[in-house]
Design a protein around this ligand. Sequence first.
Ligand code: HEM
Length: 78
Amino acid sequence: MNTNDEPLGYAANIKPLFRELDRNSMLDHFDLWNYDDVVSNQDGILGHLVSGEMPCDGPWPESNVALLRRWIDKGSRP
Ligand code: HEM
């Protein structure tokens, strides 16, 4: 669990949200298991998760979307 005042980092909090299926499905566009790739594409990634377009096999729970949004809002730390 993450409370609102805990620092969030890509390696500890965000990368584990991406399954191997997610990574492999999106590798032609970016590598979800690579920090720099995710930061470079973070707005599109968040947008597709918010809209429910992604992942292709069912939307994320709102708590995961909120975690990603908070990570971005706090400066997308590694
Ligand atoms: C957390 C998981 C995922 C995220 C964050 C994600 C994110 C995205 C984003 C941002 C795009 C737009 C890319 C662009 O226009 O450059 C996209 C496109 C797409 N994604 Fe995902 N995706 C995820 C998982 C998946 C999965 C599991 C599948 C299917 C097995 C999938 C299939 C596709 C397809 C087919 C497209 C369209 C590609 C195209 O236009 O050529 N994605 N995704």
